[in-house]
Design a protein around this ligand. Structure first.
Ligand code: NAP
Length: 552
């Protein structure tokens, strides 16, 4: 918490930013550099966003450390030394805190403050923001830097309140850590968070029972320490590497093998997959061939390879059968990157329960009850860990009661799914910007690069508005409609819409099924550059009355 005086007057700020994760911190830095008065509200007690909350054992980034970092200041990227190829959560949080201190960001960060609502005053071209400390503040620009995976999906199992043991959520892990020694633990969910935490919990717990609804594809991360030499090589050509990633579809260097999986012999395919499995690891796997995300026949070849691997690793054939996806599409749900996940099921203290056909019925005082063909089965446990994911991309945006022009509610406008122009703005909500909002590459890119691009775009736009005497910016309806169609057309060229995933919102009961991220970071950047070059094509820019009068 900073030591500044609390907000007591209205219209205090040029810009109000919500969230002090990597997006909010950089947004603050950029706007302050432009001379704007900025306040960032953050519900947590510290910086780091998703890395502040997700402190579960084994939490680690699936993008390489030297790429998952800021690029706005060469001095920063030269001085920082990442210890591992893929960073563990504590190292990323350390970095976030270093950045906050290095650029004196805390002076304008207000922690432990949740933004409850925001409404647009059309007459004064201002946003009024209400926070949970009972105060309001106004600003000309309102920027949601609330992240894409920041609101937990918490299944409401009957009886959960009656459970006498401990309950944990991977997305809101106790800061002091959790000791599972001697405990019988249930883990629900086998996405990235469940897959990363399973091996760590299994090492401590007396018994770990994993409840799996959908089998998932996971490949070894091949994480390892980075040597000084490796770091120095990257640092010596950081500029060149950053430029290269800006031109890539996923804003990262996946070492794409630019060949169709179907154009080579089965032996050659196997050789390539083995090489990716043994050496590259992680998300690099999706670049083993250039059509894995576009052609379902090509995708089947990688699916078969991973299924074979699972059967080779997991010794109990029954467990292997449950763990191996059947007719699954690799990458359709985000590919998981693990360290010893499937191997963990060879431990004597680890059980696996398939809840795909017989869902978890209820939580009792002493454990979890599943009812299916085999009748009622009770699993007595001391602790339950929920690794059940997020209300992704829209959860945090709609968590704030945002009212735009004419009092229109964003929740109402987006009831059938998010609608944006470029994932940046939405019609009816002037001067509201979203950093990596739905309709932008966001989660289908290296988030740090997408954040860099969006924050620069938003701050450059604000600079333009200020210098041109523009009081409002908002998309044109036709531009928004065309962009929403385009996002879907691009998605339909790929395998992404073919399964239920959080990219589509289909992991949250009742949420409309709409594909939310834009696929193709490089084409997106080119589109944004073109829009700006054409004088903010697709946006309505409203000049101030004074200027209108002067030019009339
Ligand atoms: P997730 O991928 O959405 O996985 C949630 C899991 O919970 C799924 O297995 C889901 O099953 C299960 N689940 C949800 N509700 C359930 C219910 N009522 N009963 C039984 N099972 C239920 O969430 P996540 O693991 O937190 O990962 C989300 C994203 O965060 C990742 O895709 C990734 O982008 C990011 N992340 C990244 C890293 C990393 O960098 N390595 C680590 C963690 C998270 P279904 O599949 O059947 O819905």
């Amino acid at each position: 918490m900073d030591d500044r005086s609390p907000i007591t007057t209205r219209t205090d700020f040029d810009a109000i930013v919500v969230g002090a994760g990597f997006a909010g911190m950089f947004m603050l830095h950029r706007l302050r550099q432009q001379g704007l008065k900025v306040r960032v509200f953050e519900r947590g007690s510290g910086v780091g966003g998703t890395w502040f909350w997700n402190r579960y054992p084994g939490a680690r980034c699936d993008t390489e450390s030297m790429e998952y970092s800021y690029q706005f200041d060469d001095a920063l990227q030269q001085e920082w030394n990442w210890p591992e190829r893929y960073s563990a959560q504590p190292d990323i949080l350390k970095y976030a805190n270093h950045v906050a201190d290095r650029y004196n960001l805390r002076a304008d960060l207000q922690f432990n403050t949740k933004v409850l609502s925001a409404s647009f005053d059309e007459a004064r071209h201002l946003w009024t923001i209400a926070t949970d400390d009972g105060k309001t503040a106004t600003a000309r620009y309102f920027i949601m830097a609330t992240g894409t995976l920041s609101v937990a999906n918490k299944p409401k199992f009957a009886g959960l309140d009656s459970f006498k043991g401990r309950v944990f959520y991977t997305s809101d892990w106790p800061h002091e850590g959790v000791d599972f020694t001697g405990r019988r633990v249930a883990l629900i969910g086998t996405g990235s968070s469940g897959i990363q935490s399973t091996p760590h919990i299994a090492e401590q717990a007396s018994r770990l029972t994993v409840f799996q609804r959908t089998p998932n594809f996971s490949v070894p991360a091949r994480n390892r320490p980075l040597s000084d030499e490796e770091r120095n090589v990257t640092k010596s050509r950081y500029g060149e590497l950053r430029n290269f990633t800006y031109q890539q579809p996923f804003a990262t260097n996946f070492h794409m093998n630019d060949v169709s999986a179907l154009s080579v012999s089965p032996e050659e395919r196997r050789r390539v997959y083995e090489e990716r499995w043994n050496q590259h690891g992680g998300l690099h796997f999706m670049a083993a061939f250039n059509d894995l995300l576009f052609n379902s026949e090509a995708n089947k070849t990688i699916a078969e390879f991973i299924v074979d691997k699972i059967h080779g690793i997991v010794k109990d054939p029954k467990k292997a059968e449950i763990l191996a996806p059947k007719n699954g599409v690799v990458g359709c749900k985000r590919l998981c990157s693990d360290t010893g996940y499937f191997e963990t099921f060879n431990r004597d203290n680890v059980d696996l329960v398939d809840v795909s056909q017989s869902p978890i019925e209820e939580v009792t005082e002493t454990g979890i009850r599943v009812e299916g063909d085999e009748g009622i089965r009770d699993f007595g446990v001391d602790d339950i860990v929920f690794a059940t994911g997020f209300d992704a991309m829209t959860g945090a945006l709609l968590g704030v009661d945002i009212k735009g022009r004419g009092g229109q509610s964003l929740r109402d406008k987006w009831a059938a799914g998010p609608r944006t122009y470029l994932g940046l703005q939405t019609v009816g909500f002037p001067n509201l910007f979203m950093v990596t909002g739905p309709g932008s590459p966001s989660v289908l890119s290296n988030m740090m690069v997408s954040i860099d691009q969006h924050v620069n775009l938003i701050s450059d736009t604000i600079r333009h508005l200020e210098s041109a005497g523009i009081v409002e910016i908002e998309p044109q309806q036709s531009a928004e409609d065309a962009w929403v169609s385009h996002v879907n057309e691009v998605a339909d060229l790929t395998v992404y819409p073919t399964c239920n995933s959080w990219y589509l919102g289909s992991n949250v009961p009742g949420k409309t099924r709409v594909f939310m991220p834009y696929i193709g970071f490089n084409t997106y950047v080119a589109k944004c550059q073109d829009v700006v070059a054409k004088g903010y094509e697709g946006f309505v820019l409203v000049p101030s009355e004074r200027k209108e009068a002067a030019t009339a």
